[in-house]
Design a protein around this ligand. Structure first.
Ligand code: BTN
Length: 217
């Protein structure tokens, strides 16, 4: 997978929305220096003031169910001392530094992967900033995307293994929502489709999407 073009905007509502609206081609990255209506997972908003890194990569891959996993690996590999909280939040010392929003495209079967990283400041309480040079980080992450998504096409297990090594939501007690019901159990890692395995007594749950809250005892 090659990222052939980067479109940089001063400001936009959301780079993911811009990519959808303008039917941006596969292999393009849309970056904005700030977003006025940045979107997060689960219908949340993502505060995106100037100084942060906000971009969307439009790509296609065979293993669509693992796109989220691959994106988390590509980004986390470029951030020192971070860990992944299932499915794809990137945390440093337990505080969120980066969020990833993967969405489908209505015009074709491309995937739009939106990445938001706090660089100098952390706009919400409980989050943190990665520091360093945003340009250098951006270039490394784009290269990481090219490498990991190529690897995903021919060796998905290798990507799953890398993800597993970075996963903090493993062998810890978590709370997850399964079909509207709150389940507490031990997170055991992910399966071949990127679902979180949660063990509750004899029962094993495979959680597709949502959020896992770590329970500290
Ligand atoms: C999350 O933390 O829930 C995901 C946040 C994803 C934010 C990025 S910033 C670039 C792209 N455009 C958006 O509107 N959202 C993503």
């Amino acid at each position: 997978m090659k990222i052939c073009k980067v479109i940089t905007l001063d400001s936009v509502d959301s780079t993911n929305s811009y990519a959808k609206r303008n039917k941006i081609a596969t292999g393009t990255c849309v970056r904005a220096l700030s977003q006025s209506a940045g979107r997060g997972r689960l219908g949340r908003s993502f505060l995106s003031p100037g100084g942060g890194l906000y971009f969307s990569v439009i790509l296609n891959c065979k293993q669509k169910q693992l796109a989220t996993v691959a994106a988390a690996v590509a980004v986390a590999s470029c951030i020192d001392g971070c860990a992944v909280k299932w499915p794809n939040d990137i945390l440093i010392n337990g505080k969120k530094a980066c969020g990833i929003l993967c969405e489908g495209n209505s015009i074709n079967d491309d995937i739009i992967i939106g990445v938001g990283i706090n660089i100098d400041s952390s706009p919400i309480e409980g989050s943190c900033a990665v520091g360093g040079d945003a340009e250098e980080l951006f270039n490394r992450i784009l290269k990481g995307f090219e490498e990991i998504f190529s690897l995903l096409d021919h060796d998905p297990n290798a990507v799953l293994e890398q993800y597993s090594k970075m996963l903090m939501t493993k062998l810890v007690k978590v709370k997850v929502m399964v079909k509207g019901e709150e389940i507490t159990g031990i997170a055991m890692g992910i399966d071949e489709c990127g679902r979180l395995l949660v063990l509750n007594g004899d029962e094993e749950y495979r959680v597709n999407s949502g959020e896992a809250t770590i329970i500290k005892e």
